[in-house]
Design a protein around this ligand. Structure first.
Ligand code: PLP
Length: 405
C-alpha cells in the first residue's frame, strides 16, 4: 500500500478524533522511523513518550515474542509468574508498595481516583484536587480530573467532586483544601501542560499537608516515569514519596501497559469486588514490563539519561542565548521543553523538513524526549537539525512580534 492508499482508508474508516500529521510510517528501529517512501526520520518524541527505549527495542521484542508462544493472556482469577515478578520489580524500584496492573494511563488514574474515594469515605472525604494545566487522561473522570476545561467542557455534565488550583502555588492549594478533600493529584513534571517542573519545596509542603489532613498524595508519573529523567521516577528527584503513583507510557517499552503503585496500607483498600481490569497484568504485558526494566538496568540507562540530559540541556541553553525566539528551557534529563516566543508549529515543520520529529504542546512548547538509549552522535545530529530549524524561525519572526504571544 502506498501512502495515499493508507490515508484514503483512514479517511473512509477511522474515526478522525486525532489531528494527524501528514506522515505514513511503516517501520521503526531505535530513534529512527521510516515512511512509506523510504525516507528516514530521527525521532525526538518517540511514540508520544511511550518508546523510551526507542522503536521496537530488541530486548522487549524478544521477550514478548517468546512469551506469546508460552502464554499470552490469563484471567485475573488465576495466578501466573510474570505478574508476580513484574509487580515485585515495580515495587522494588519505587517505594515498596503493591501494584495493580491495567492497560493505560487514564485507567491507572481512574483506579487512583477510586482509591482516594475509598480511603476518604470513612471520614466524609471524597473531593479530589488537581493542578491547572495538568493532563490525566480521556475517560470521563480523568478528563474531569485534567485541569484544562477545553478537554472536559464538551462532555458536561461532568462527575462531581473535582477542584483545581495553580501548579506550584501552596497558598492557593491551602485555600482549596477542605474537610472533604480525599486526595491531591500532581504530575511532578507537567508533560502535556508544557514541561513545567514542580518545586521540591512545594512538593514537601504538599506531602506534610496530606499527612496532617489524612489526604492521599497521588503522583501521575505516566509521562515522567521509567527513566527518562535520569531516575526511574521523577519523584525521586524531589525526596517526596507519594501514597499512590500511576504509570503507563514507557513501562511496557512500547507494549500497552498501565499500572498503579500504592503504599501497602492504601493498597489494602482494594479488596475483591472493588476494582478489576480484564486485560490488566496479562503475561504478555508483564513480560514487556520485565524486559523494559531489565534493559534499563543492564544497559545502565538511568545514568545514560542523566548524562545525555546534561548534554541536551547545555545545548538548548546555548541555543537560548543565540536565538531570542527561545523564551525558556525547562525539564529534567531527557524530558525537556523549549518554550518559544512564537507558536511552536512552525519550528515543528522546520524540523520535519530536515528529517527530525519533535512535538509541540501547549501552543509554544517544543517537547524533546529522545529515547534513553539514543547514541550521543544521534542526539548531537538531531540537535544540529533543531538549531537549523530554530535559526529559520528566529529569522522569520521579528523580535517585535514575539510580544504578541
Ligand atoms: C498520556 C498521559 C495520560 C493518559 O494516558 P493514556 O495511556 O493515554 O490513557 C495520563 N497522565 C499523563 C501525565 C499523561 O502524560
Amino acid at each position: 500500500m502506498n501512502a495515499d492508499e493508507v490515508k484514503k482508508l483512514y479517511h473512509d474508516y477511522v474515526i478522525s478524533c486525532y489531528g494527524r500529521d501528514d506522515f505514513v510510517f511503516v517501520r521503526g528501529r531505535g530513534c529512527y522511523l521510516w515512511d512509506a517512501d523510504g525516507n528516514r526520520y530521527l525521532d525526538f518524541f518517540p511514540g508520544w513518550a511511550v518508546s523510551g527505549l526507542g522503536h521496537s527495542p530488541a530486548t522487549v521484542v524478544k521477550a514478548i515474542s517468546n512469551q506469546a508462544k508460552v502464554l499470552m493472556h490469563l484471567s485475573n482469577n488465576y495466578y501466573h509468574p510474570w505478574q508476580a515478578l513484574a509487580a515485585r520489580k515495580l515495587s522494588e524500584i519505587s517505594f515498596g508498595g503493591k501494584v495493580f496492573f491495567c492497560n493505560s494511563g487514564a485507567e491507572a488514574n481512574e483506579g487512583a481516583i477510586k482509591l482516594c474515594r475509598l480511603h476518604g469515605s470513612a471520614n466524609g472525604k471524597w473531593r479530589i484536587i488537581s493542578m491547572q494545566n495538568s493532563f490525566h487522561g480521556r475517560t470521563l473522570a480523568t478528563v474531569t480530573l485534567t485541569g484544562q476545561v477545553k478537554y472536559s467542557a464538551p462532555f458536561a455534565p461532568l462527575p462531581e467532586g473535582f477542584d483545581y488550583v495553580a501548579f506550584n502555588d501552596f497558598a492557593a492549594l491551602e485555600r482549596v483544601v477542605s474537610a472533604e478533600t480525599a486526595g491531591i493529584f500532581i504530575e511532578p513534571i507537567q508533560g502535556e501542560g508544557g514541561i513545567n517542573v514542580a518545586n521540591a519545596d512545594y512538593l514537601k509542603r504538599v506531602r506534610s499537608l496530606c499527612n496532617e489532613k489524612g489526604m492521599l498524595l497521588v503522583f501521575d508519573e505516566v509521562q515522567t516515569g521509567m527513566g527518562k529523567t535520569g531516575r526511574y521516577f521523577a519523584y525521586q528527584h524531589f525526596g517526596v514519596i507519594p501514597d499512590v503513583m500511576t504509570l503507563a507510557k514507557t513501562i511496557g517499552g512500547g507494549f500497552p501497559v498501565g499500572a498503579l503503585v500504592a503504599k501497602n496500607d492504601v493498597a489494602g483498600l482494594l479488596v475483591p469486588g472493588t476494582h478489576a481490569s480484564t486485560f490488566g497484568g496479562n503475561p504478555l504485558a508483564c513480560a514487556a514490563v520485565l524486559a523494559t526494566i531489565e534493559t534499563i538496568e543492564q544497559e545502565n540507562l538511568l545514568a545514560r539519561a542523566e548524562h545525555l540530559g546534561m548534554l541536551l540541556r547545555e545545548t538548548l541553553e546555548k541555543y537560548k542565548k543565540m536565538f531570542p525566539v527561545i523564551k525558556d528551557v525547562r525539564g529534567i534529563g531527557l524530558m525537556m521543553g523549549l518554550d518559544l516566543n512564537v507558536p511552536g508549529k512552525d519550528l515543528v515543520q522546520a524540523c520535519w523538513k530536515r528529517g527530525l520529529l519533535v512535538n509541540c504542546t501547549h501552543d509554544t512548547v517544543i517537547r524533546i524526549m529522545p529515547p534513553m538509549n539514543i547514541k550521543e552522535s544521534q542526539l548531537k545530529k538531531g540537535l544540529r537539525i533543531l538549531k537549523e530549524g530554530i535559526k529559520e524561525i528566529n529569522n522569520k519572526f521579528k523580535a517585535s512580534e514575539f510580544a504578541r504571544v
